[in-house]
Design a protein around this ligand. Sequence first.
Ligand SMILES: Cc1cc2nc3c(=O)[nH]c(=O)nc-3n(C[C@H](O)[C@H](O)[C@H](O)COP(=O)(O)OP(=O)(O)OC[C@H]3O[C@@H](n4cnc5c(N)ncnc54)[C@H](O)[C@@H]3O)c2cc1C
Length: 444
Amino acid sequence: MGDSLEDLPALDGHVRFDDAARARAADDFGHLVRHRPLAVLEPGSVDDVAVMVRYCHERGIPVAPRGQGHATGGQAQAPQGIVIDMGTLCGVEVGDDHAVVEAGALWSGLLRATLRRGRTPPVFTDYLELSVGGTLAAGGVGGAAHRYGAQVDNVTELEVVTGTGERTTCSNTRRADLFDAVLSGLGQCAIITRATVRLLPAPTAVRYYRLLYPSLAALTADQRTVVRDGRFDHVEGQVDAGEPLYQLEVATFAKAPDDAGLLGDLAYERGSERIEDLPYADFLDRLAESVELLESLGEWACPHPWLNVFLPGTATDAFVTSALADLTPADLGLSGVILLYPLRRSLLRTPLLRVPDEELIFLFTLLRTSSPGAADPAAMVAANRAVYELVQAIGGTQYPVGTIPTTPAAWRRHYGPQWPRLAAAKHRYDPAGILTPGHHVFGS
Ligand SMILES: Cc1cc2nc3c(=O)[nH]c(=O)nc-3n(C[C@H](O)[C@H](O)[C@H](O)COP(=O)(O)OP(=O)(O)OC[C@H]3O[C@@H](n4cnc5c(N)ncnc54)[C@H](O)[C@@H]3O)c2cc1C
């Protein structure tokens, strides 16, 4: 093992060779793919990232940055390589209209820091304990994305370390090819070390509405309406295939919300509504309680073969109806969740976040948990693969944070017209092909 890591450079942080560090880096929230790295770098500085990547570049050693390891298919792993645990780089500087945040910081930490100045990033994921670098490598979609685009659409500048170990800054106006290759770029061309994130004045209170619908068609009709007219600050949706149960989750940040005006023309079942007033931070952290419960039940530690796809709006009702018709409780697991979020394509401007070619699209997820008694993980992964084939046939795409085995040829189809630019950026910025092999985009 040590043979391939001779002459390690001097570093501010630590390189760990112990079993505990390597085993942790060989696991993720999916618990399905396990590749041990040779070592784990806990960088003491951004320079450490550059020095280590340069070392690996010269020797052809694979490198993967790891945020919180919440990917579900080995995406942050580096077989026989180095995993860089970005968690040690977590500084935050907050200005009036932007924050500069190190990539290993959690969104919960960024939120706390910005709220002290009465500011907030525009878009959060539902779960806040994800790293900034981890979600910016993918996209970062949540209930405010229908209004502000994904988290990647709200980044104005990045500091990165490319696959040759060059530390540099990029934006829309400076090395734009690199900027475009890194946001939603799955860590293929560079490691994000710092991001400049747009900030808005933070709301103080939130009125949160959960409304039940008699059918999928009624739910999606109202999702389309409220996304088009923009009456809510937050729009999501959830389906329970067993009951069945169709729920719209919406929220307003208005100071004196007009319930009748907001809800009056919506077709939910009267009497089903749950309405709560919450402080903004509690609203954003609303999953924390469920996570605690899932941890106590052991569900959080089960394998999670997740499917996350974007569907064209016009095909969504038929597609979801047919996907749910085939789904048994064992296919989803005890704590499995089905989400359906409406989004507007024109706000999703990041070139590598591949979404269907219609203005109104839906993020559809089957967040499967291979709980005791549920289908085994391999069957769930195979089912994801089969669903993904159907998604592609209707013009849908995958949101690549899940567990859908994808070949380099399939990635080429996924990126479509963006493929030549991504391939050129890979050739230019990671010529040795060492960065982030776990997605298998370039055949590693
Ligand atoms: C409970 C849960 C809830 C979630 N909710 C949402 C949600 O609401 N919305 C949403 O959009 N997603 C959601 N996700 C998916 C999540 O955004 C992605 O899986 C994200 O990549 C995980 O972040 P992480 O810090 O754990 O990254 P990791 O799993 O550590 O890494 C993910 C990928 O990003 C790469 N990466 C990590 N850091 C960097 C960096 N600094 N530079 C370049 N590449 C990097 C890794 O190499 C890997 O390929 C959720 C996931 C979980 C488990």
